[in-house]
Design a binder for this molecule. Structure first.
Ligand SMILES: [Zn+2]
Length: 239
């Protein structure tokens, strides 16, 4: 039986001398694994389809429980992510997030489209790829059930000015008047960068962006109990 699915390669592991087992996030079936044959040989026709970030329309043959890639037509390779280390780790964080939060066969059209849009922004976007990553993480965390309130308001419904407090357990931000002692104070620029980046607005503070990524890493580790190695690397590079 043949099956045609649109998907993005998340990664792969070697399997026998020339083959690989790929992890592919598909629009129609969620994350699937599939064998791809002969791709480690020089000049292999389907080599491109075994590389991480490859977005293609795949044709699989489906026998028993195992899919094998028998054809692929490239939609986008997001090539610029391979030429810039910041873009590379931003895009890598996106793929790692999907691997960690979407176990096999969980279908989410919204997350799939968000992933494509984010990889486009990181690869070809005009402004800071880290802002695109912040926006992705906030939205994707919400979709995965770890809502982070990025409304720009405190629980009292007023915009926060002055001191900002954050509690990862509730995923919420508080003003000085509402803060109940559970959580910690964060820099206003961190909070501001998080709001602006999630809204797709330009963020002028580079420091704010880096600190917003640190806050998201902290939130991922403490609330969702997941560590994304690419995000840790990215934060390390940015000092
Ligand atoms: Zn308040």
């Amino acid at each position: 039986m043949e099956e045609k699915l649109s998907g993005i390669v998340l990664g792969g592991i070697s399997f026998s001398e020339n083959d690989k087992i790929l992890n592919v996030f598909t629009l129609e079936k969620g994350v699937i694994s599939a064998k791809i044959k002969g791709v480690k040989k020089a000049g292999a026709k389907l080599k491109f389809a075994s590389e991480p970030f490859c977005f293609a329309e795949f044709i699989f043959s489906n026998k028993g429980n195992m899919r094998t890639v028998i054809g692929a037509s490239l939609i986008d390779s997001f090539y610029p992510v391979r030429e810039d280390i910041i873009k590379y780790f931003c895009a890598g964080t996106v793929l790692e997030f999907i691997k960690k939060f979407y176990k096999e066969s969980i279908v989410s059209t919204e997350t799939f489209l968000l992933t494509v849009k984010t990889l486009e922004k990181i690869a070809y976007g005009e402004y800071n790829p880290k802002s695109a990553l912040i926006s992705f993480l906030v939205t994707a965390l919400n979709l995965a059930g770890y809502a982070l309130d990025e409304s720009g308001r405190c629980v009292c419904k007023k915009p926060i000015v002055g001191k900002v407090f954050f509690d990862y357990r509730r995923g919420a931000f508080f003003c000085q008047n509402c803060f109940d002692g559970v959580g910690r104070e964060i820099n206003y620029s961190t909070y501001d960068a998080l709001q602006k980046a999630s809204a797709g607005e330009l963020v002028d503070s580079a420091n704010g962006v880096d600190n917003a990524l640190k806050l998201l890493e902290y939130y991922l580790q403490n609330k969702a109990e997941e560590k994304l190695n690419s995000l840790t690397e990215l934060i390390k590079i940015c000092g």
